[in-house]
Design a protein around this ligand. Structure first.
Ligand SMILES: [Zn+2]
Ligand SMILES: [Zn+2]
Length: 320
């Protein structure tokens, strides 16, 4: 039992085990010590039956969703995976901590798998292509042995930061502290302001469990739905789509066909009619001096998307 818990907290133990076991079943096996916590995350939402609901709990649930969705899109995706802007080392760590609170593993694991997705998008080697089944593309891929470890060769640029390597190894710590913080917030609000009608348990369930399940599935829609349904403004070599509903739920990540066309941009809604709140947030952080060198979309790519590209003006760089 201790071994399971130790493995749960320390990814180095699991990675060693997977390596030693020579990936039974080609790494397609579901790891129950990982699958069980994922199921429990969902089951815990049923506790709303006992803890009830209050306006403040719903507001914190929404705020917790928005803050962590921004952390996933702006930091895990646009910074750690694609390096589309620059920041200081302390802010880089703060961004990594905020991203980790979303309970989507560590920043290096996330970036390594995402870079692999871009390299092989919708072809063999893509960790979550819908051609392998919708359920696999949505949730199955990260519950399987073969996608458990962080492929360090894909994130060599980050290995020189020991604080990031540490966070990636013990990636359960931040979500546990975040959930405990929600309980403490609810307990304090409940005792201090009885009129709010909240409690530690209620805030834990709404601010962490419900919010995290919604956040998880909204993020995963980018891998599943945004490679199946939506418009294709650019003729990319993959099946990526621009899906306005996914963009709305993910603060701009649903303009996924744009993103596959030019992943080097910090902006994913390329035109004024494609709202990209994560881009607006990054502009605010830039105005405050916390991030800089935000990379935009080259004019030839914008023209190509408007259907006005000439052969001479066609952008040929594939990007990463
Ligand atoms: Zn994609
Ligand atoms: Zn990407």
């Amino acid at each position: 039992m201790f071994a399971v818990f130790a493995r749960w907290f320390d990814n180095a133990r699991s990675e060693a085990l997977i390596g030693a076991a020579e990936s039974p079943g080609g790494g397609e096996r579901l790891d129950w010590s990982r699958f069980a916590p994922f199921l429990l995350l969902h089951a815990a939402c049923l506790a709303v039956i006992w803890v009830g609901v209050s306006p403040v709990a719903v507001a914190v649930c929404a705020g917790s969703y928005l803050l962590r969705m921004f952390a996933i899109t702006a930091f895990y995706h646009r910074y750690f995976s694609h390096r589309t802007f620059r920041t200081s080392r302390p802010m880089q760590f703060v961004f990594a901590l905020l991203g980790a609170s979303a309970t989507q593993r560590g920043p290096l694991w996330w970036a390594a798998h995402h870079r692999q997705h871009h390299r092989h998008a919708d072809r063999p080697g893509d960790p979550h292509r819908p051609a392998d089944g919708f359920l696999h593309a949505h949730v199955g891929w990260f519950l399987k042995d073969r996608n458990f470890a962080t492929d360090r060769a894909r994130v060599r640029d980050w290995l020189k930061f020991p604080e990031l390597v540490w966070l990636d190894r013990f990636d359960v710590l931040v979500p546990v502290v975040y959930a405990a913080g929600m309980f403490a917030l609810g307990a304090w609000l409940g005792a201090r302001y009885p009129g709010l009608d909240t409690s530690g348990g209620q805030m834990l369930v709404w601010g962490y469990f419900v919010s995290t399940v919604l956040l998880t599935h909204a993020t995963l829609l980018v891998n599943s739905v945004a490679h199946l349904w939506g418009a294709r403004r650019f003729a990319t070599a993959d099946d990526s789509r621009n899906n306005p509903l996914v963009a709305l739920l993910t603060l701009g990540e649903g303009w996924h066909n744009n993103h596959h066309r030019y992943p080097g941009s910090a902006r994913q809604g390329f035109y004024w009619w494609q709202p990209d709140p994560s881009w607006w947030g990054l502009r605010l952080l830039a105005a405050a001096g916390l991030v800089w060198d935000l990379r935009g979309v080259p004019a030839p790519v914008l023209a190509e998307g408007r259907g006005r590209a000439t052969e001479a003006g066609r952008w040929t760089e594939a990007g990463e």
